[in-house]
Unconditional design. Sequence first.
Length: 278
Amino acid sequence: MPKKQPVIEKPKSYFRATKPVLAQVIKGDCFTAMDKMIKEDKKFDMIFADPPYFLSNGGITCQSGKMVRVNKGDWDESRGPELNHEFNTEWIKRCKDLLADHGTLWVSGTMHVIYSVGFAMQQLDMKILNNVTWQKPNPPPNLAGRYFTHSTETLLWARKSEKSKHKYNYSLMKEENEGKQMKDVWTFTAPKKSEKTEGNHPTQKPIVLLDRIIRASTEEGATILDPFLGSGTTSVAAVLTGRNSIGIEQDEEYCELAKKRINWAKQALKEPAQEGLF
């Protein structure tokens, strides 16, 4: 029998922003930048965070058909479970302080970090709404052959507290899922080559993933924060969907990459709508 291929989800049509938006990139440490925002009483409708996974431990993986070392940078090195969890608790605490009363926090991670993130959310009395699985249909092969191939990442979605409110565009998500309730397993490929024309980041997320997250939990004109901006996918998706954004990134090279990609997104809005934009 022919091998059954996974269904890769694609939006029926791509949302086009109707109003110009602001997209700010801040170079610096996320703790310092968020502390300043807290003092200024800034509030965000949504925060997306893709924090360090603490994976750079000298192991090996497969990249573009080649065996390579897992070494994304000093920022991704583990300091041990206690210090890793302390780090997660501190940035999540700041995110909670920056959320509007109706705001929500999305965090992406692998098994190396996501359990600590979930525990920190509970310690801070946040309400976890969903545990979304992002399934990658074509993951790197498992070179060791001693365990199952890693093919997913987890997205935790949480609001400020048990009693707080949150935004969920239920009807829109149902409409995009052919009239059925949207489930918590999403199948998207890794970023396309067309998304890396301005440069590359080792943990870059596909635009279509952030597109769904943003449109599911905010309205046009909302303001979004990403404390670990990286290559700027959150800001790109925010521009394309008509949301304002602030991104924090400590690496100068990635700040410049994010700015280039934001400019690309602004230019893309001036072109006719393209079904294959993402």
